[in-house]
Design a protein. Structure first.
Length: 131
């Protein structure tokens, strides 16, 4: 996977995890510890991750310190203002979900220097197993 977004609410942690592959890092000139801004558009169906020093920027962390080709991660605690993917997909599925994962839609990813923009495609859903 080039890039993914996972929204999960398990063990009382409601968080959104962005995972950026090493390939995307190279194509966009991202480095670990870079500051980026994560933006959503088009009713939260398009995501842009871009270099930024603005207030509210987040840091690209290295998933595995032992690997130079490790994906970068950004882990955000869910808060108002972030897309609520769990509610959106839960409503569509008429159930309570505790994990949803998106990847980029085939052919709908754009790499630029310091920026990646992609259209989201739902890849996985997981409910809480309760009836």
């Amino acid at each position: 996977e080039l890039i993914s977004i996972t929204h999960s609410f398990k063990t009382k942690k409601n968080e959104i995890l962005f995972r950026i592959s090493h390939e995307v890092m190279e194509k966009c000139n991202f480095r670990y510890q870079d500051k980026v801004q994560i933006l959503f558009a088009n009713n939260n169906t398009v995501c842009r991750i871009m270099h930024s020093d603005k207030a509210g920027s987040v840091t690209l962390s290295q998933q595995s310190k032992k690997s130079e080709t490790s994906p970068a991660l950004v882990r955000l605690s869910f808060r108002p203002g972030l897309p609520d993917f769990l509610s959106k997909e839960g409503k569509a599925a008429h159930q309570t979900l505790n994990r949803v994962k998106y990847v980029h839609k085939e052919g709908k990813i754009d790499f630029q220097d310091g920026c990646v923009t992609f259209e989201l495609e739902l890849a996985e859903v997981e409910d809480d197993g309760e009836l």
